[in-house]
Design a protein. Structure first.
Length: 178
């Protein structure tokens, strides 16, 4: 995690960071399927923005509902980790079709909170029944917090660069009119 943290503080490639984070989380807690779900404009769905070991065409394209009836949606709305120990026996939520198609049995979702509120969910999906422990949740939340800081930093840098460019263009435009 410390090596990833150093990279996260230097990189401005959000997609690359998210993708690497999913790979490292998968390796660290020995769960095959990991993804980052990003809230799409309108707030109705979550897009699989990054992930490892999903079928072709899932990452960057597949969406799941963001409402409170889905585990990831509930995590996003409550800003709390959500654990599903057995998707086949889950009664609190409707398990997204994507998870059923990938034979997922146990999941955990943690929120990636930005400065302006939650905007992504880090989800770990096991094809075997697995009881996620508090150490797993803490590890995932630490990763999510690190990702949130990196994403916020990149967004702020981009906003500042755009503002500087606008100022420069306004300065050039006023100079050419004199």
């Amino acid at each position: 995690m410390s090596e990833f943290g150093k990279r996260a503080l230097r990189s401005d490639d959000i997609d690359g960071l998210l993708q690497e984070a999913t790979r490292l989380v998968s390796d660290a807690i020995e769960v095959e399927l990991v993804k980052v779900l990003e809230l799409v404009p309108g707030g109705e769905n979550l897009l699989v923005r990054a992930g490892v070991n999903w079928n072709p065409g899932v990452v960057g394209h597949a969406e799941i509902p963001a409402h409170e009836g889905s585990p990831a949606g509930y995590a996003l709305h409550t800003n709390q980790p959500v654990i599903t120990e057995d998707t086949q026996r889950e009664v609190r939520f409707e398990i997204p079709k994507l998870l059923i198609e990938h034979s997922v049995r146990s999941t955990v979702n943690v929120v990636i909170r930005g400065e302006d509120g939650p905007f992504c969910v880090l989800e770990v999906d096991s094809r075997q029944l697995r009881k996620f422990e508090q150490d797993d949740i803490d590890f995932l939340q630490n990763y999510a917090n690190l990702l949130a800081s990196a994403i916020d930093r990149v967004r702020i840098q981009r906003e500042l660069a755009e503002r500087a460019l606008r100022q420069e263009m306004l300065g050039q435009a006023s100079a050419s009119h004199q």
